[in-house]
Design a protein around this ligand. Structure first.
Ligand code: TTJ
Length: 645
């Protein structure tokens, strides 16, 4: 046989084989991959054809059988693939379907309004990738057969068998070629099951059988399941909600369908009390995981109709306005759209891009949903109230966020007038001094090393954290200044790593008020910033009690307690001048630097957890309503000076 043989038939056959050979050379180009996914793609390709016949209204039953030899049989009770000769090519139509890439009567979009478009590479591709493929067609009381082998080579041309049959239908059996599918040639029952269940839901009235005759386990009975979804997409959303963990908020699902300019739409919605959204959208029975123009049109219309209904029927509290996101919580929805010439884009080619579909879907949904709501006002009410809940939550969250922002701003503003920040940003070196009183605060601000020492003057008594409730503590202005200055949060959220300072130094007067404020601060740190103490970041600054000088200040000593005072007097003689500091405020900036701030001279006590606990205990007694133990404690523990009396 030669190519320029007069018989056009042979020449055509060779062309055909060249086409199928290309598929075998680059299978990935046609079915995505040669993995398990590509293998199943072949099954979908064949099954989709039977589904199309069902979608056209000529087939009510599809049977999918996993055979013992690893082949797959798909049969339907449709009209049967046409067997008549193509007028020009003089080849039976069924052969064109299995031999020509992108060929065959139905594949050019003439016979079916909407055919499975995403994969849509056709039966010939499956034939090319099969070890064998057999076709049986029942038509006009006859059974036709056609057989291929080794990647689409004609084994037995179309012929009529002796068998007389009733009814009509198509049966295809094919075995994926292990030379192509090197990873696996074994179909997964679960994978087929999931897709066939989905197809049954999407094609109301269709019955699908799945039978597994592979006796991989010799004792095992052949498995058979039947999927028949009498309630279509309504049954689908009910099924999805039953599978999930949340309860529907209305018993009857929303349902509507419609058609406009060739776009056919069917939709079911049932809200539940959960927060997840489950929107399954399909175009021509193909799952559109990445959404697209049908989904966007649908969401637009849904939001619009919900808003209109809620306002008209006074379901909204004020004049709320639902946004798209408000409709998502608890939404379980199946949206099935049929489109004549679907175009897909996106990462996985599962996003519909036909621009005209957006508006058409909007208009069908608008009308269908409005009608449904008019007919079922109680469902409408439940649904609108469900989405209103989400909307109100969103508005409340927004208000709370706004309030927090305002509070933060006000705080930062209030603090900026008080806190004298240090100029460098080194968190591992910077120090914060909490200084009692404005006048001492002023001296400290002047006397400090402003590169790494920050000063926060504290006015009034810091709130008593021992007795105050959390909210009260956090309302206190002084406490808030401290929290903001340290910048590491408070309570459970406190994160010591975020602290702006390596040291937080409490600097109070050496009198009873000072002791009290120190107690309060330590108790606050113990209760609300404990890791600050554990990590050794809390200190008590020690200011001297006396200044001893001679010769008009040429010789100066400072004493931090009475013992040191005696020592200084011994050294400088009995006629040295003694100044007793009544408070930090009496020290000028230089003196404060010299004695209390300068790291070279100062004495600071690192606070331990035991100190803090002790402070808390003292505070408990000091603040007690019972007067007696308080008095007792004061008498025993506090050394009163003349000034305190
Ligand atoms: C085509 O238009 C005239 C009437 O028959 C139409 C048709 O192709 N029907 C049809 C095809 N029914 N079933 C199929 C079919 C089924 C399987 C399982 C596989 C394939 C490739 C086609």
């Amino acid at each position: 046989m030669s190519i320029d043989n007069n018989s056009g038939y042979d020449a055509k056959s060779i062309q055909v084989l060249e086409g199928l050979e290309a598929v075998r050379k680059r299978p990935g180009m046609y079915i995505g991959s040669i993995s398990s996914k590509g293998l199943h793609h072949c099954a979908w390709e064949i099954i989709d054809n039977a589904i199309d016949e069902a979608g056209a209204g000529f087939c009510t039953h599809i049977k999918v059988t996993l055979n013992e030899d690893g082949s797959l049989t798909v049969e339907d009770n449709g009209r049967g693939i046409p067997v008549d000769l193509h007028p020009e090519k003089q080849i039976p139509a069924v052969r064109l379907a299995f031999e020509q890439l992108h060929a065959g009567g139905k594949f050019d979009g003439q016979v079916y309004k909407t055919s499975g478009g995403l994969h849509g590479v056709g039966a010939s591709v499956v034939n090319a990738l099969s070890e064998f493929l057999n076709v049986e067609i029942s038509r006009d009381g006859k059974l036709y057969r056609l057989e291929y082998e080794k990647g689409g080579k004609l084994k037995k041309d179309l012929h009529v068998t002796k068998k007389k049959i009733k009814g009509s239908g198509t049966r295809i059996t094919f075995k994926p070629d292990p030379l192509i599918f090197k990873e696996t040639t074994s179909f997964k029952y679960e994978t087929l099951r999931n897709r066939l269940m989905e197809l049954a839901f999407l094609n109301n009235g269709l019955t699908i059988d799945l039978i597994d005759n592979r006796l991989s386990n010799k004792n095992q009975e052949p498995k058979k399941e039947t999927y028949q979804a009498k309630k279509g997409v309504v049954g689908f959303v009910e099924f999805l909600n039953e599978e999930g963990e949340y309860n529907p908020v209305h018993k009857k699902p929303i349902y509507f369908k419609g058609e406009k300019e060739g776009v056919i739409l069917e939709c079911a919605i049932q809200y539940n009390d959960g927060e997840d959204e489950q929107l399954r959208s399909y175009v021509n029975n193909i799952s559109t995981d990445e959404g697209g123009t049908h989904e966007s049109g649908f969401r637009t219309a849904l939001t619009k109709v919900f808003n209109l209904y809620g306002k008209k029927n006074n379901i909204f509290k004020k004049n709320e306005n639902l946004i798209g996101d408000d409709l998502k919580d608890g939404l379980t929805c199946v949206l099935s759209v049929k489109v004549r010439d679907p175009q897909f884009e996106g990462q996985t080619k599962t996003k519909l891009s036909n621009t005209e579909v957006d508006g058409l879907v909007q208009s069908i949904t608008n009308e269908g949903l409005s009608n449904f709501f008019e007919k079922h006002p109680s469902v409408a009410k439940d649904v609108i109230n469900r989405v209103l809940t989400t909307c109100l939550e969103r508005l409340a969250a927004r208000r709370a966020k706004e309030l927090r922002r305002k509070a933060r701003n006000a705080e930062a503003k209030a603090l900026s007038g008080k806190l004298a920040k240090c100029s460098e940003k080194d968190k591992s070196r910077n120090e914060l001094f909490l200084v009692e009183g404005d006048s001492a605060g002023g001296s400290a601000k002047t006397g400090r090393d402003r590169r790494f020492q920050a000063i926060l003057p504290l006015r009034g008594k810091v709130i008593n954290t021992y007795r105050a409730k959390v909210e009260k503590v956090l309302e206190n202005e002084e406490i808030r200044s401290i929290i903001t200055a340290i910048g590491a949060g408070v309570g459970k959220e406190f994160d010591v790593e975020k602290s702006n300072y390596a040291r937080v130094c409490i600097m109070t007067d050496a009198d009873i008020d000072g002791a009290h404020i120190r107690c309060l601060l330590l108790t606050f740190f113990y209760r609300y910033m404990r890791p600050l103490i554990y990590s050794g970041r809390v200190y008590i600054a020690q200011a001297p009690l006396y200044k001893i000088e001679r010769e008009r200040g040429k010789i100066v000593r400072y004493a931090y307690n009475d013992e040191e005072l005696q020592e200084a007097l011994k050294e400088l003689g009995r006629n040295a001048r003694i100044q007793r500091y009544k408070g930090l405020g009496e020290m000028n900036p230089d003196q404060l630097w010299e004695t209390t701030l300068n790291p070279a001279n100062r004495r600071m006590i690192q606070v331990t957890i035991d100190d803090a606990l002790e402070a808390e205990r003292k505070l408990k007694i000091l603040m007690s309503d019972k007067v007696d133990p308080r008095r007792e404690f004061l008498m025993e523990n506090i050394v009163f000076t003349e000034d305190d009396m």
